[in-house]
Design a protein around this ligand. Sequence first.
Ligand code: I3P
Length: 126
Amino acid sequence: TDIISPKEQTVVEKEGYLLKAKIADGGKKLRKNWSTSWIVLAGGKIEFYKESKQPALANLKAGYKPEWVDLCGANIEWTTEKSSRKNVFQITTISGNEFLLQSDIDFIILDWFHAIKNAIDRLPKE
Ligand code: I3P
């Protein structure tokens, strides 16, 4: 059965842990700071939680708003230049936010890349 996000009433396409670093906000470069994030791909966006699903739901009840990315018109590409780590791809949003996502496990990062790319390709470009 599909998992439904209670807040958005949309089907969760994929979720799991990845390393995340936000490197730009509205086009302004940020200091890179990698952290483990619970990532939920649903309804044309990605939500980033500090905890796994169950604590995340508790957070929702308390009115916690996760950081999120609008995938409409976003760009996704592999990068070898923005990190010394392997298996890194970058998501750039229309609003000029830039995120790096990484996993040491090849199939995990490949699955995520294709899931996010498919989501972007299904959305209107702006
Ligand atoms: C950064 C930190 C990051 C590293 C980054 C460093 O140092 O070590 O992990 O990115 O490299 O600047 P600090 O914690 O002092 O900010 P990677 O792990 O992705 O290589 P960079 O400056 O080459 O981006």
